[in-house]
Design a protein around this ligand. Structure first.
Ligand code: GTP
Ligand code: MG
Length: 482
């Protein structure tokens, strides 16, 4: 039996003899005194085997370690990628068309209902917790959280969505949405814009007259000049802008263009006539635009006035429950004739405005809503606007739908020329190249060239649209004749 020295075995195994001696002690319980000690062949074989084994295990361990390290790194990378994609990609959700409420939508999108209310408020839309939503609003909300909604309804046909890039008006509107989102510290309160609505002859104009006569911001010599269909009063130091009924389409139209002019609706119902068809219509429009409604029960001076019956009809026909009946609709009995209750109504308007916390961008380039337009023989095309944001100044270049121009002159609600109009102020603007379409939005731009280019593109597009609808029309007639 031959014997081999420790250092020789160590050399053969590629390790130093000290290491080998330790292994011999621990694994084989053999006490080796020096590198020169000799070992039996049997032991040498066993040692070689063990060392081989140990090395294999180490290798696999390392492999495992490496593998799991790789896996960890991979999953980390994957996490990062998902995070990034989640940030960037658009989520798709399916919803049932029925019973869509804000709280349900918030859950599906995965955001807090209150955050939606806040975000949408900044975009000029007022929502209440749990409120029922129409499809357009659902889509609008979802999109602002990078979510596309499809509705579970077999009847819905795919809509042809026109590219945003072509819609210059939408782009201009979006610019403002961005300003609102990014520059929230710039936002300040502005006076509320109140629209008086109601059925024919229920006393809308009389109410406006009554308010105007008793609460003019400044008393003028020689009476009142109301040259425009909107005016501002001051009540207890608070400004309020009133506009005559802008027509019902105005609500939906202005909303579609991204600027709602009305902050509060005063719904006039004559106490001797009760809720009538146009009352219902006006109420529905205000509701679908999410504008808070204050009900003014008018003509209470009349002997046949019936306040209780009117309130009953409010509940049954309008689904508005007066506050004193346990509901949340502020209801003020008034007489436009005797001015009874007018101050109460103004107090309520101020209160609702405070609750609404109506904001604007107070300075910089203006945007304004056109509420009236006409051609004046002497002055040319005229547009009455209410400034939404910024300050409108004489000399400003602007585009308003397919029309454009430079503010040549501005006339306020008292018939005076002014050089500046701040948010919520109504003014008549001179300087349009053509009569602007009602309810379009006026945007101040950098130059007359920019204004003209945008307006011309918008006009071209409108033309194309009307032509293509004409074509369809002719086609239909052709078929009918056959
Ligand atoms: P349209 O603009 O035609 O829709 O009518 P409106 O809602 O503006 O009503 P308007 O103010 O023109 O009033 C209609 C009629 O009701 C007028 O004859 C008013 O004098 C009368 N009227 C309005 N308010 C009152 C009121 O409080 N009491 C009484 N007794 N009559 C009123
Ligand atoms: Mg009237």
């Amino acid at each position: 039996m031959s014997k081999t020295r420790v250092y020789e075995i160590a050399k053969e195994l590629g390790m130093n003899s000290k290491e080998l001696i330790e292994i011999l002690q621990e694994e084989f319980d053999i006490q080796v005194k020096s590198h020169m000690s000799t070992l039996e062949d049997e032991t040498v074989e066993a040692i070689k085997e063990l060392i081989e084994e140990m090395r294999e295990t180490k290798k696999t361990e390392k492999k495992h370690k490496d593998l799991s390290k790789d896996a960890k790194e991979l999953s980390k990378e994957e996490e990062e990628i998902t995070e990034l994609t989640e940030e960037r990609t658009i989520k798709e959700i399916r919803l049932s068309e029925e019973n869509l409420t804000l709280d349900k939508l918030a859950k599906v999108i995965g955001v807090e209902q209150n955050d939606i209310i806040k975000d949408m408020f900044l975009k000029g839309k007022i929502l209440r917790p749990g409120q029922e939503l129409d499809k357009n609003t659902v889509e609008e909300i979802a999109l602002s959280y990078n979510t596309i909604v499809s509705f579970d309804s077999p009847k819905i046909e795919p809509e042809v969505v026109e590219s945003d890039e072509e819609d210059l008006e939408l782009q201009l509107a979006k610019r403002w949405i961005e300003i609102y989102e990014k520059e929230q510290d710039r936002l300040t309160n502005r006076p509320p814009v109140v629209t008086i609505m109601g059925h024919v002859d229920h006393g809308k104009t009389s109410l406006l007259d009554a308010i105007r006569h008793s609460h003019l911001a400044e008393k003028e010599e020689g009476g009142i000049t109301q040259s425009i269909g909107a005016y501002q009063i001051e009540y207890k130091g608070e400004k309020i802008t009133f506009i005559d009924t802008p027509g019902h389409e105005a609500f939906t139209e202005m909303r579609a263009r991204g600027a709602q002019v009305t902050d509060i609706v005063v719904l006039v119902i004559a106490a001797d006539d009760g809720v009538m068809p146009q009352t219902i219509e006006a109420c529905n429009h205000a509701k679908s635009a999410n504008v808070p409604i204050i009900v003014a029960i008018n003509k209470i001076d009349k002997p046949n006035a019936n306040i209780d019956l009117t309130k009953q009809q409010m509940v049954s026909k309008l689904n508005l429950v007066p506050e004193d009946w346990g509901g949340d609709t502020i209801t003020v009995p008034i007489s436009a004739k005797t001015s009874k209750g007018i101050d109460d109504l103004l107090e309520m308007i101020i209160l609702v405005a405070e609750l609404q916390d109506i904001k604007c961008i107070p300075d910089g380039k203006a945007r304004a809503v056109i509420i009236e337009s006409k051609v004046d023989k002497a002055m040319g095309p005229l547009g009455t606007v209410i400034v939404k944001d910024g300050i409108l100044k004489t000399g400003d270049d602007f585009v308003a739908g397919a029309t454009y121009g430079r503010v040549r002159r501005m006339i306020n609600d008292k018939g005076q020329s002014v050089d500046e109009a701040t948010p919520s102020t109504p003014v008549q603007v001179l300087g349009f190249n053509d009569v602007p379409s009602m309810h379009s939005i006026l945007y101040v731009v950098d130059s007359k060239d920019e204004a003209r280019t945008i307006a011309e593109k918008i006009r071209q597009r409108e033309l194309e649209k009307s032509q293509s609808s004409n074509k369809r029309h002719i086609k239909l007639e052709d078929i009918m004749e056959m």
